[in-house]
Design a protein around this ligand. Structure first.
Ligand code: PGA
Length: 239
């Protein structure tokens, strides 16, 4: 298998005490490990996790503010992230689009700020159930990607995570045909590497990573268990 990118998105889970246990149980991947593993803990644990990680594990954040600094209560700037060695940032996750009313314009501003600070961006896109048909999926992805990448001069530094909304946290991952269709659409829109996210588990990761033109996976629920995420990082379990 080529070198892949495996991203753990802990969302609003885990205190430092819980992460201490987690990293005690998560195996050392060693120098010969061919893939990149990115841990995205909550902001409050970036410092703690940064001190736990050794190559090939890297640190990611779950969000970023579009402005450099200012009176934005609760905001976290790019410089605040990079001080802990953050290398990746997730932008436009479905939960931020829905619960924080983030639209493609603010997402575009966040991407530009992140790239200006040397961060690699993981831009999440995906259709909801209502648009779960060929033409509609293409139209949703086209709008999301074109708006989010408008004026971005280095789109190759952006990874697109295809996360169909109906697959996130539902236990129902997209089929190979659905992922392949989305990959084909995304490849026509930008030169970005492509990840898949949505109910990735040790049982389905091997089949997903085997799909052509897929650079890796973004994992939510299954990344919370160090044993399950370790299995995912080892390419999953044969079923
Ligand atoms: P899930 O979440 O793996 O729990 O479906 C994926 C995500 O939200 O990025």
């Amino acid at each position: 298998m080529d070198s892949k990118i495996l991203v753990a998105n802990f969302k609003m889970h885990k205190t430092n005490a819980e992460l201490k246990t987690y990293f005690r149980q998560f195996p050392r991947l060693g120098r010969k490990y061919p893939h990149t593993v990115v841990f995205c803990p909550p902001f409050t644990s970036l410092d703690f996790v940064s001190r736990k990680l050794k190559a090939p594990c890297q640190l990611g954040a779950q969000d970023i503010h579009s402005y450099e600094a200012g009176a934005y209560t609760g905001g976290v700037s790019a410089a605040m992230l990079t001080q802990f060695g953050v290398q990746y940032v997730i932008v436009g996750h479905r939960e931020r689009r829905i619960f924080n009313q983030e639209g493609n314009k603010i997402i575009n501003a966040k991407i530009k700020t992140a790239l200006a600070h040397g961060l690699k961006v993981i831009l999440c896109v995906g259709e909801d159930q209502a648009a779960h048909a060929d033409k509609e999926t293409a139209s949703v992805l086209t709008t999301q990607i074109n708006t989010a990448l408008k004026g971005v001069t280095t789109p190759e530094k952006v990874l697109i995570a295809y996360e169909p909304i109906w697959a996130i946290g539902t236990g129902r991952s997209a089929t190979a045909a659905e992922i392949t269709r989305a990959v084909r659409i995304i490849k026509q829109l930008c030169p970005c590497q492509i990840l898949y996210g949505g109910s990735v588990t040790p049982a389905n990761v091997a089949r997903i990573l085997a799909l052509p033109d897929l650079a890796g996976v973004l994992v939510g629920g299954a990344s919370l268990d160090p044993h399950q995420f370790a299995q995912i990082c080892q390419g999953g379990t044969p079923q």
